[in-house]
Design a protein around this ligand. Structure first.
Ligand SMILES: [Zn+2]
Length: 283
């Protein structure tokens, strides 16, 4: 009996040691992972390199599509417009010089009213939100705001906080079982998407992203006051049975509206210049 028990006990102890080693590694990573943002110069706690951020976003993008009703086909004019406006915003803003690679996707989910930015530059808007927008400038407002989240590395920051917990639970998993690690990247993608779907940006995050988005709109020739149109559309959608998901992940709509109004007043005291337009109509 003791012959059979001993190897199993030793195996268990090794698993605990591996678990502790991973936990220790997670702690070291946590405290060693302050990084200077290559675009904003801000010192941030992001817990990953820009190339890790890119990989994570690219690997998680298909999972995000799966969770949200799939992608609208590439050759659909609406998906093409999302790509075109997104690309234009990147080309005409600081995002162009950033290490992140931006890709813009239209999610087929017609009910959910939301937009997402995965780390590294994968940006999504749902058909539910897209189909409520009145013009191209409003689309630029939504996409520009999401580009702002990427540039400011907000989701990476949030994940860095959560990563400690994740890695500790991975360590616990290793200690608890000796299952092999196949399917780990699929698990990682699922965790990333799960975090993104539950993510609640802070008031500060929202101000930074709006600030970025408004400037990007102007630099691409769009009327930035159309961002107020986006706020109105979200408020109107709130009158229905349920709150738009966008307001759960991107909170504080009232203070956002006031800040956007203040920005417009300060930037254009004599009104928005005539050369900034709404772009094509989406209705
Ligand atoms: Zn936001």
């Amino acid at each position: 009996m003791s012959v059979g028990n001993q190897p199993r006990r030793r195996g268990f102890r090794i698993q605990i040691l591996i678990g502790l080693a991973i936990a220790g590694f997670a702690l070291v990573r946590y405290f060693a992972s302050f990084d200077v943002n290559p675009v904003t110069g801000e010192r941030q706690f992001v817990g990953m390199s820009t190339s890790q951020e890119l990989t994570l976003g690219q690997q998680s993008a298909p999972e995000m599509a799966r969770e949200m009703g799939g992608l609208v086909a590439d050759n659909d004019p609406r998906a093409a417009l999302v790509r075109q406006v997104g690309r234009q915003l990147v080309e005409n803003s600081k995002a162009k010089e950033s290490p992140w690679k931006f890709q813009f996707h239209l999610l087929a989910d017609p009910e959910t009213i939301n937009a997402f930015a995965l780390p590294g530059g994968q940006i999504f808007i749902t058909l539910g939100l897209f189909s409520r927008l009145e013009n191209e400038a409003q689309l630029a407002g939504v996409l520009g705001h999401e580009i702002g989240h990427v540039i400011h590395r907000h989701s990476a920051e949030h994940m860095a906080k959560g990563q400690l917990g994740q890695m500790l639970s991975t360590a616990a998993g290793v200690a608890a079982s000796d299952e092999n690690s196949s399917g780990q990247s699929a698990q990682m993608a699922a965790m990333v998407v799960n975090q993104m779907l539950q993510l609640k940006y802070s008031r500060g995050d929202e101000s930074e992203s709006d600030g970025y988005g408004l400037v990007a709109m102007v630099d691409s020739g769009y009327d930035p006051s159309q961002m107020l149109g986006v706020m109105r559309i979200l408020a109107e959608a709130s009158q229905g049975n349920r709150q738009p998901e966008f307001l759960a992940s991107h909170p504080h709509p009232e203070s956002r509206q006031q800040q956007i109004e203040a920005w417009l007043k300060k930037t254009y005291p004599n009104g928005v210049p005539k050369n900034l337009t709404d772009g094509s109509s989406l209705r």
